[in-house]
Structures are given as structure tokens and as C-alpha cells.
Ligand binder design. Structure first.
Ligand SMILES: Cc1cc2nc3c(=O)[nH]c(=O)nc-3n(C[C@H](O)[C@H](O)[C@H](O)COP(=O)(O)OP(=O)(O)OC[C@H]3O[C@@H](n4cnc5c(N)ncnc54)[C@H](O)[C@@H]3O)c2cc1C
Ligand code: SF4
Ligand code: SF4
Length: 381
């Protein structure tokens, strides 16, 4: 019997409407018939079929043999094992809660302007800049703020210059499906594209390659991951920050999450909001996400740890190592051993475990595979 052709009908039933869909937009950019749209209004962040004749879960192109959307989806069926096998030639060991790693270091940009504009150590922006300058990439898919920034609406976009990379630096904690900017990069002539994104997005290039969707996969030349526990609905600005604390988004200049939601205001005021209060605004697409540490990126980056202004950096692939080594050699980043901050690595593993527990038991078991937690050390009463 010929193998079943897996298309939108299967993706719609198994991912889009099952709670597994993160809204990464991988299916949208892979569709060769341009029949998938992307709804980022009203907190949705979901793909939908543009043609109405077959209903929301039907696709005439799929019925005739097109399978590209399922071959792009980093939440379809056995995605984690497929991406691990492609990138690392093996499945992750049970103990590799935060994914397969070559090195874990702390890194930061040597250039004071990049360090200042970056969320943590400015490493991501420094990598993009160096990779552009050394011909590894000719464009990057990043996230900007809409308009003059006062709406705090994160929007995907393309960066091709130092100015654009720096304009996109820093973190927003609402969703930005950076792959959405892929067609814009292609239209601008990009051949070697860096994807910056959280784990839900950074597994996509490996999945495309593993499932032999080469036409889209081949343009992804570099993959930089952002560690991530969740993103929040855009409504959190009005419904919590403004309604309860009187903090208007147009007066905010920076935010970060370090155990609490930190907000810096234009007038110099600083506020901390308990994360438990924010949970109510967790974006739906994050609720079942098992990947804290962006486990299929070339280099994954995070802000946890004892040292502000350093980026916790997990180097996963040969390309990732080549780039970090090249940057150290050129003196554009400073690097110190991850062992300088063992608490950061322990916290990364803990947060990775928390995320893995969210993956539903009704889906494939791979992402939930973990060793039992270490027994608590008994302390005297
Ligand atoms: C939504 C989100 C949640 C995160 N959660 C955690 C966490 O729980 N723990 C942790 O340790 N680290 C987390 N991070 C990662 C951390 O905030 C930093 O992005 C990371 O440490 C890199 O810092 P940097 O100074 O090297 O990067 P920078 O040089 O500041 O570059 C950051 C890059 O991220 C892109 N970006 C910003 N916001 C978004 C967005 N919403 N969606 C997609 N791309 C975006 C920018 O365009 C820029 O290219 C999160 C990041 C995001 C975006
Ligand atoms: S997870 Fe991404 S690729 Fe999969 S259905 Fe959702 S938007 Fe499409
Ligand atoms: S928790 Fe982060 S990585 Fe997971 S779906 Fe949400 S935004 Fe993506």
C-alpha cells in the first residue's frame, strides 16, 4: 500500500486544533500554493486555510498530493526525534533535558553599543552582525516593534544592516512569528538567512531538512534560539499592567523576566510584577510547549543566571562552534566558562523539565522522556 500523503487535513486535526500548534508559521511559509494565511490578530497567532471550498480543515492541493505543510511543522508527529537525528545523528539522552549541547558558556558583545542595546549580553545581535560581515548570512529574520514602538506590538521583520540588527535587539515577551518575514527576505534576494526565534520556531529548519523539504530548508543558513518558558497575550498590557498598576505601555522603555516581570519606565521608574499574576495571560500556543532551551538551534541563548549583561549560551552544532570560535578570535565577544555560574545551568535544566511536563500524554512520547527528578535532600527540622 502506498504511504499515506500527510497534508493540511492531518495538520489541522493533529496540531492546529489539538492544542499543539505554537503559531510558528512554518507551515505558512512552506506552502508552495500560498493557500495558508496567518492570523496574528486578537491574540490568535494561528495558521488558517484561505480557500473555503473544502472547509477549514481541507485542502484540495493536499488531496492531490502536496505535503509541504506537514513537512515544515515542528510539532507534527515525531518532530523532536526527527530533528535530533538530523542535527546530532542520535536521539538526546534522557538526561539531556535542555537538548544536545557541545559547550555551555557565558558570552557578551565587546562592542558597548551592542551590549547596551542587547537584552542580556547582546550576543544574538553580535552574532548576526559578525555572520553578515563574514558571509555566513545575507539577511536575518528578527522581531521589531511596530511603528514608533509605543504599542509594544512585536512584529516579524528582516534585518540586513547593523542599524536594523540593533533596532531589533532586546526581548519582547509577546509573540513574534519571525518566520513570517521569510517571503520578504526572499523577495529581497536573500540566499543565506539566519532565523532568530524561540524553540517553537528554531526547530523548523531541522524539521524541513529531516522531511526533505529542501527548497525552503536550504535558505536557512544559521539558526539562533531564544530560551523561552512562555509568551504572553498582547492584552496583558492593558488588562494587567495598566488596569492594575497604572503602567501605560507607551511609557515603558524596557522589560525583562528574571523571576519577576521587570518593567522600566521612560521617567526612570522601575517596577516588578509577580509572575504568578501574569500567568492568566499566557498565550494559548505556549501551553503545551515542551522546549525551553531552543534545543534545535545552532546556538541557544538565555538570560538566566547570576550575571546580568551576559548571555547564557548553549553551542549545539559544528556551525555554532565555528561561529563562536571565530568571534572570539576576532575579539568581538567575551566568553567565560558556563561553570562560572552553575546555578544558571541548573535552572536551565529545571525550566526545561517544567516545559517538558507540559507536552500532552495524548501526543508522541518523545518530548516527555526525562529521568525522574533527583530526590530532595533531607534537611534537619
Ligand atoms: C519571548 C521570549 C521569552 C524568553 N524567555 C526567556 C526565559 O524564560 N529565560 C531565559 O533565560 N531567556 C529567555 N529569553 C531569551 C532572552 O530574553 C534573550 O533573548 C537572550 O538571552 C538573548 O539575549 P541577547 O542580549 O544575546 O540578545 P539580543 O542581542 O538582545 O537579541 C535578541 C533577539 O531576539 C529577537 N526577539 C526579541 N523579542 C522577540 C520575540 N518576542 N520573538 C522573537 N524574536 C524576538 C530580537 O529581534 C533580537 O534579534 C526569552 C526571549 C524571548 C523573546
Ligand atoms: S506549529 Fe507552526 S507549522 Fe505547525 S501547524 Fe502550527 S503554525 Fe503551522
Ligand atoms: S513557550 Fe516559547 S518556545 Fe514554546 S511555544 Fe511559547 S513562545 Fe514558543
Amino acid at each position: 500500500m502506498p504511504a499515506e500523503k500527510l497534508h493540511w487535513k492531518h495538520l489541522f486535526a493533529e496540531v492546529v486544533t489539538s492544542g499543539l500548534c505554537t503559531g510558528c508559521a512554518g507551515c505558512v511559509i512552506a506552502c508552495p500554493h500560498d493557500v495558508l494565511g496567518y492570523d496574528d490578530g486578537g491574540g490568535h497567532y494561528k495558521p488558517f486555510h484561505l480557500e473555503e471550498e473544502d472547509g477549514p480543515g481541507g485542502c484540495g492541493h493536499g488531496d492531490r498530493g502536496c505535503t509541504l505543510c506537514t513537512r515544515a511543522c515542528p510539532r507534527f508527529r515525531n518532530w523532536e526525534d526527527e530533528a535530533d537525528s538530523l542535527l546530532f545523528g542520535r536521539l538526546r539522552e534522557l538526561d539531556e533535558l535542555a537538548g544536545v549541547a557541545k559547550d555551555i558558556v557565558l558570552a557578551r558583545a565587546a562592542d558597548p553599543e551592542i551590549l547596551d542595546k542587547g537584552q542580556d549580553g547582546g550576543l544574538v545581535s553580535a552574532i548576526l552582525l559578525w555572520a553578515l560581515g563574514h558571509g555566513y548570512i545575507d539577511a536575518a529574520l528578527v522581531s521589531y516593534l511596530e511603528g514608533d514602538g509605543t504599542s509594544w506590538k512585536a512584529v516579524p521583520g528582516v534585518a540586513r544592516t547593523r542599524e536594523e540588527i540593533l533596532a531589533a535587539a532586546g526581548s519582547r515577551y509577546t509573540y513574534s512569528a519571525n518566520p513570517v518575514a521569510y517571503p520578504q527576505a526572499i523577495a529581497g534576494g536573500a540566499e543565506k538567512i539566519a532565523l532568530v526565534g524561540m524553540g517553537c520556531q528554531s526547530s523548523m529548519p531541522a524539521i524541513l531538512s529531516a522531511r526533505k523539504a529542501g527548497k525552503v530548508a536550504r535558505r536557512f543558513a544559521l539558526n539562533i534560539g531564544l530560551m523561552c518558558s512562555k509568551t504572553f497575550d498582547d492584552a496583558i498590557f492593558e488588562e494587567l499592567f495598566e488596569a492594575k498598576y497604572g503602567l501605560r505601555k507607551q511609557d515603558m522603555v524596557k522589560m525583562n523576566i528574571k523571576g519577576v516581570f521587570q518593567i522600566w519606565m521612560r521617567n526612570g521608574d522601575y517596577h516588578e510584577i509577580n509572575l504568578k499574576e501574569c500567568h492568566h495571560w499566557t498565550r494559548e500556543g505556549c501551553e503545551h510547549c515542551p522546549d525551553f532551551a531552543a534545543e534545535h538551534a545552532d546556538i541557544s541563548t538565555g538570560g538566566i543566571g547570576a550575571f546580568n549583561d551576559w548571555t547564557l549560551t548553549v553551542v549545539r552544532t559544528d556551525l555554532g562552534r565555528e561561529i563562536i570560535d571565530g568571534m572570539v578570535g576576532d575579539g568581538v565577544i567575551q566568553v567565560r566558562p558556563g561553570d562560572d555560574d552553575p546555578g544558571a545551568i541548573a535552572l536551565m535544566r529545571k525550566l526545561a523539565r517544567v516545559s517538558r511536563r507540559r507536552w500532552p500524554e495524548t501526543a508522541v512520547e518523545g518530548p516527555r522522556r526525562m529521568p525522574p527528578p533527583a530526590p530532595k535532600v533531607a534537611t534537619e527540622a
